[in-house]
Design a protein around this ligand. Sequence first.
Ligand code: NAP
Length: 310
Amino acid sequence: MSDKSHYSVLVIGSGPAGSTAAIYTSRANLETIVLEGRQPGGQLTITTDVENFPGFEKGIMGPELVAEMKKQAERFGAKYVWDFVTEVDTTKRPFTVTCEENTYTCDSIIIASGATARTLGLPNENDMMGFGVSACATCDGFFFKEKEIVVVGGGDSAMEEAVYLTKFAAKVSILHRREELRASKIMQDRAMNNEKIEFVWNTVVEDIRGSQEEGLTGLKIKNTKTGEVSEFKTQGLFFAIGHVPNTDIFKDKLNMDESGYIITKPDSTKTNIDGIFAAGDVQDSVFRQAITAAGSGCMAAIEAERFLES
Ligand code: NAP
């Protein structure tokens, strides 16, 4: 809960993009509020070691990194509030931002609401979430000690999650719909050199076997080349198939691409509405790194500052 309702800068989201923006705007003496969202700290809070954020020779844990960023922003006066935005009136300034708990007005908005893990949309997927199905290896890996599990995906996330899961599981099978990985060479090598990991190529999951009572018992899978359908015995299913940007509240208000990523002007974080900026994974479907999110958060803050000055 915040004691006031009007801010110069309102930041939606508290991952690296949001917190970097807040560090810059609050340090520039702009009254800044950060609405933390349902997952305070963002996706880094469900990751383990971050090895590629400059300044941490030995790496840093994701949750620790975002916690430090938050403290740094708070040191300059940024106000962090747990609230979830349900509606934004972008038609007039000051902008009105309605949340589950409170309503705020602000002179500028920095959207840094990030992205959410994508799932396959299988028939009983939602029922089985937490009963053998997961979209977060670091959250749930612990529950799969000595079990045989499947990771779906062929990108860096799939490799990272599979390697992480070998800390617990007896065996991890990476099911990928093609026979070529999208993941970077270094991540591929880590997975391929791990003796607990096997690859199942050209394969998609069609159904989940099991129930909440008995847990996950297997998968119905299909070979994308031969069309052959078969059963695959496994006790866990982890999705690592990318992310969807959290931009629903801006639908029909801001320009977006066909996947829902907010379109920003070239070399800028400006959206199609003056005073509204977008930073991090909501506008970046390409790089999606903590450091690029932080970088665009910085850009958004500087652009918001210039906008407010003018
Ligand atoms: P991604 O690169 O978009 O990869 C998603 C993977 O899931 C792809 O292999 C894709 O298959 C597969 N996929 C998507 N939809 C599917 C479906 N419906 N059914 C089956 N498979 C499906 O996503 P990501 O791995 O989450 O990575 C996102 C970004 O974060 C990337 O830029 C990545 O480099 C970065 N990242 C970096 C690190 C690191 O460096 N430590 C760790 C994690 C993520 P196709 O290949 O056939 O399209």
